[in-house]
Every structure is written in structure tokens, then in C-alpha cells.
Design a protein around this ligand. Structure first.
Ligand code: GRF
Length: 201
């Protein structure tokens, strides 16, 4: 059974989708920790609602990001974490964590990477006027939104869409594919060769 930590800085709807999925589906993994860099993250409350351990660690209380990351690493080690799932986590993952958790950190991005990287993927795609955008689940590497891609799902933008309705569609797609990607990881179905991820079904 894989021990999963979910890192979130905000609302935590993807965390909720993972929790719900794990109750109804065979995930071969358990969410044992929800971690946040923001005390106000509603994701922490969601964890408490489901009896999952929650930890908030304030980056402002540390002299450097390196020290913060060392503390994060020691928590991950203590909790014997196998997989880190980023779900709206708004801090970059430092090199020391990346090294210890190589190919064991995944992220979800609200656009079809490599298009519209960064923290405004939905609005940027909408403002650009693309007709198709989507969501991407990928492994995390040292660059922003750049690691090998596990799953993608396209989302069409219709002429009637506003940025708000697009956001709803994007979240719907995220909540469908993120739990699946976690399931594939936990089942040992993901094989990475260079940039290519294959899914053994
Ligand atoms: C999602 O859109 C995700 O793609 C992005 O941050 C957002 C988090 O939403 N990385 P939530 O906190 O899971 O509701």
C-alpha cells in the first residue's frame, strides 16, 4: 500500500476528488498526510474532516528555503511517504526534495502543457482565444510545469464560455484524471523513459 502525501495551498477540490476516489475505488494507496504552506488552506480542513493528518509549516519561520525543505523532507521521511501529490501547491519544490523523491512527485496543471505554463493556465488559455485547452498530470522535475507527462485531457472552449465556466469544466476534467493518474502510479503501471511515460494496462 503506497503512502501518499497531498500538498495543497488552497481550496483543495483535487484533494477532495482523490479522497472520494480512494473511498470508492481500489487505489492501492492511502492519503496519510495533507501538507500546506498556508494556514488558511481549506485543504487542511478537508483533511481533518476525513481523519487525515494535516500539517501546516510556515515558510516565514525559516531562515532559508533550504531549511524549510529540509524540514519538509524530514516530515516525509517520518511519515514514510512513497508519493507526493501536488494539488494546487503554490511553492516550488526545492532541489533537495526533488532529488530524494525523484519520479515520486506529481502535479496537475490546468492547461495542455507545454502550453500556458505558470499559475494562470486557465485565464491565459481563455484570453489567448484557443478553442481547445485541457488538463495535464505530470511528474515534477527541476523546471516549472515541465516534467514527463502522465495523462492529459482536452477541454473545448465554446463561444458561450466565460472564464468562469471554463474554470468549472477544467476542474471537472481535473477531478476525473488526477485520481486515475494516482491509481496508475500506485499500481506500478507507469514507466518513464526520457520524456515518455507509458501506462502498462
Ligand atoms: C487546480 O486548477 C490545479 O490544476 C492547479 O491549482 C488548482 C488547485 O485547485 N495546480 P484545488 O485547490 O484542488 O481546488
Amino acid at each position: 500500500m503506497n503512502r501518499i502525501a497531498v500538498f495543497a495551498s488552497g481550496f483543495g477540490s483535487n484533494l477532495q476528488a482523490l479522497i472520494d476516489f480512494s473511498k470508492n475505488d481500489d487505489l492501492n494507496g492511502e492519503i496519510v498526510l495533507v501538507f500546506s504552506n498556508k494556514s488558511s488552506a481549506y485543504a487542511l480542513q478537508r483533511a481533518r474532516n476525513h481523519g487525515i493528518k494535516d500539517i501546516f509549516l510556515d515558510p516565514g519561520q525559516f531562515c532559508s528555503r533550504r531549511e524549510y525543505d529540509e524540514q519538509v523532507l524530514s516530515i516525509l521521511k517520518k511519515e514514510k511517504i512513497d508519493l507526493v501529490v501536488l494539488a494546487g501547491y503554490m511553492l516550488l519544490i526545492g532541489p533537495n526534495i526533488l532529488e530524494k523523491f525523484k519520479n515520486r512527485i506529481i502535479n496537475i496543471h490546468p492547461a495542455l502543457l507545454p502550453a500556458f505554463k505558470g499559475s494562470h493556465g486557465i485565464k491565459d488559455a481563455f484570453d489567448f482565444g484557443v478553442k481547445v485547452t485541457g488538463v495535464t498530470v505530470h511528474f515534477v522535475d527541476e523546471c516549472l510545469d515541465s516534467g514527463p507527462i502522465i495523462l492529459q485531457q482536452a477541454v473545448e472552449i465554446s463561444e458561450d464560455d466565460s472564464c468562469a465556466t471554463l474554470e468549472e469544466k477544467i476542474h471537472g476534467a481535473e477531478h476525473r484524471i488526477y485520481p486515475l493518474a494516482v491509481k496508475y502510479f500506485c499500481a506500478g503501471m507507469l514507466k518513464i523513459e526520457g520524456r515518455k511515460v507509458t501506462i502498462k494496462k
